[in-house]
Design a protein. Structure first.
Length: 218
């Protein structure tokens, strides 16, 4: 299987995210882009420059939609020797990998978006650093989704657990599916726990006594 081997930026994310103190400066590291098992998606591996090959301190994403990247297609990965630049642009920042297909290494940069940081700060989400912003870029955390979640009234949302909420596709519809049945509103971490366990409102409707509180059964 051909792949584009690049030097890329890194943040550890494999259900848990390892974050390092950093300023809002661009990030540099190593990365590899290849074809995933799904013909419509890429496999993206990202590792910081200071992460030894023997350690698990990188990030693996196996379901990056082709439509999220510009400058690269799956067909390009079969063009051995082709020089390519793959770009993933999001509100939180821009991730670019430039390199040569197959065994050669290139360079990659994640550039944070300061305007997004200011907008998030205005909504009460502070302490963002470049690693968090790059993770936001990969999983699709944007200000419109954050604002829609705030409007549901979910408590306990933080700059950190926004990642888990987005990874597990917790959205206003999921929140309303529970609260519309009259249950007490779970906090953000409880919603993540419910989704991890595969709990949906229809299952709760079947199994939970209507007079009990949702958090007693989560």
């Amino acid at each position: 299987m051909h792949s584009l081997r690049l030097l890329g930026t890194g943040a550890a994310l494999s259900c848990s995210l390892v974050l390092h103190a950093a300023t809002l400066a661009p990030l540099h590291g190593r990365c590899t882009i290849g074809a995933s098992g799904d013909s419509a998606r890429f496999r993206l591996e990202v590792r910081p420059d200071d992460c030894p090959e023997s350690r698990h301190c990188g990030s693996n994403f196996s379901s990056e939609s082709l439509t999220r990247f510009t400058g690269i297609t799956l067909a390009d990965l079969a063009r051995e020797g082709a020089n390519l630049t793959a770009t993933l642009a999001a509100e939180s920042g821009t991730f670019t990998c430039t390199g040569t297909v197959r065994d050669h290494e290139g360079r990659s940069v994640f550039t944070p978006n300061d305007a997004f940081v200011e907008k998030m700060d205005g909504m009460g989400y502070t302490g963002l650093n470049s690693e968090k912003l790059m993770a936001y870029t990969f999983v699709g955390v944007d200000s419109a989704w954050v604002q829609s979640m705030k409007q549901t009234g979910v408590k306990g949302m933080t700059a950190d657990n926004l990642l888990a909420l987005r990874i597990f596709n917790i959205n206003p519809d999921y929140v309303h599916s529970f609260t519309s049945m009259g249950y007490e509103m779970p906090d953000a971490d409880k919603f993540v726990a419910l989704k991890v366990q595969g709990v949906n409102a229809e299952e709760v409707r079947r199994r939970v006594d209507p007079d009990s509180h949702l958090q007693d059964h989560a």
